[in-house]
Write a protein that binds this ligand. Structure first.
Ligand code: KG4
Ligand code: ZN
Length: 355
């Protein structure tokens, strides 16, 4: 089965082609970060307009990079939500129009399910069941994943998402937008210089006894530090390091607690913050010590991309027994969409029950 995936939920236009036997055949991404950087954050209207400009050329480019053409496609998967309404509408309407023209099924995919399944694109891939740590700009969740569509929420952030905390703290440090990767680079540079740590930041909810997170207090703690002293380049690095260390500590401890609570031995990390080097190396070390294994998507598939949508769509389509009802080409978007309560169709009931 040959599936085209289209991702337009926020500020990245991602397109990919996944073959269920041959794997990922091609993928392309256009990131709008430079455009939004001027405004210090994503401007939804500009994001939608830019997706319109990019998506069809990216589809042509992605198809041209394979030995197939559009008429060989068996299905199209697009991000149906959650995300920015206008941006989602671009991907949804393009997918429906292309599907109608080609008379093939069109399938809406949950953006977080795309992230969650993205480590399965790598080798070695984890097998179900596993614990997933989803850490993106909009979400921080621990989930127990027992099969495709079987997702149980174990814990989540009660305020800011981890990526959001990285971005807001980076802004406080004057690192521009999007600040997460910049803050992380600064923290890594500081640690390479071997200077002693100067600041200790709190580990919010580390001992809360549950698997929830809270990150907004950390940002406030950074603000207090900044107000107290002159922010030299060295202090900036030391604060970035302390912040990253606190976030990584909490994410690591809670992930280990989730493994202990579920009795599972595989941890999958997905979402933009999963690209963080410090988080990756700490989790690798700590899970190994605990007798567990951690799996990551390739770095380029941690942040938003079309490959994870093509892949999740292909998995959903393969698990489905009948596809005929998908040829109506009506589409909806779900800017807010809880992954635990995905709708299932009657024919999906045995294979895709959501618990
Ligand atoms: O998954 P993603 O691309 O988009 C959402 O679905 O939200 O995640 C983007 C988030 C941003 O907050 C960004 O700052 C953060 O991931 N991020 C990082 C790193 N790379 C991206 N945070 C920390 N360290 C990184 N290396
Ligand atoms: Zn995402």
């Amino acid at each position: 089965m040959l599936v085209l995936g289209i991702e337009t939920s926020c500020d990245e236009t991602g397109v990919a082609i996944y073959h269920t036997k041959q794997g990922l055949l091609s993928h392309a991404l256009y990131s709008q970060t430079e455009m939004h950087g001027e405004y210090g954050g994503v401007v939804p209207e500009l994001a939608s307009r830019d997706h319109i400009r990019r998506v069809l050329p990216l589809v042509s480019q992605t198809v041209a990079a394979t030995q197939f053409d559009l008429h060989n496609l068996d299905a199209i998967a697009y991000t149906q939500g959650p995300g920015l309404a206008g941006a989602l509408l671009v991907g949804a309407s393009i997918a429906a129009a292309l599907g109608f023209a080609l008379q093939i099924p069109v399938l809406g995919v949950h953006h977080l399910e795309g992230h969650l399944l993205s480590p399965l694109l790598s080798t070695p891939a984890p097998a179900f069941p596993f614990v997933a740590l989803l850490v993106s700009g909009g979400h921080t969740q621990l989930m127990e994943v027992t099969g495709l569509g079987h997702y149980r929420l174990l814990g989540e952030t009660v305020d800011d998402a981890a990526g959001e905390a990285f971005d807001k703290t980076a802004k406080l440090l004057g690192l521009g937008y999007p600040g997460g990767p910049a803050l992380s680079r600064l923290a890594d540079e500081f640690s390479r210089t071997g200077q002693p740590r100067r600041f200790e930041l709190p580990r919010p909810m580390l001992h809360s006894g549950d698997l929830n997170f809270s990150f907004s207090g950390l940002k406030t703690a950074v603000l207090t530090l900044i107000k107290k002293q002159e922010i030299t380049q060295q202090a900036q690095g030391a604060i970035a390091f302390a912040f990253q260390e606190a976030v990584v500590d909490v994410l690591t401890e809670k992930s280990l607690a989730a493994l202990a609570e579920t009795g599972l031995t595989q941890l999958v990390v997905a979402g933009g913050v999963g690209a963080n080097r410090q988080l990756r190396s700490t989790l690798r070390r700590k899970t190994e010590e605990a007798g567990a294994t951690v799996f990551y998507p390739e770095l380029e598939f941690c942040t938003d991309n079309g490959a994870m949508i093509a892949f999740a769509g292909a998995m959903r389509l393969q698990a489905r027994k009948s596809e005929t009802d998908r040829l109506d080409y009506q589409f909806t978007i779900k800017p807010r969409w809880d992954m635990e309560v995905q709708e299932t169709r009657p024919e999906e009931q045995d294979g895709l029950n959501v618990i």
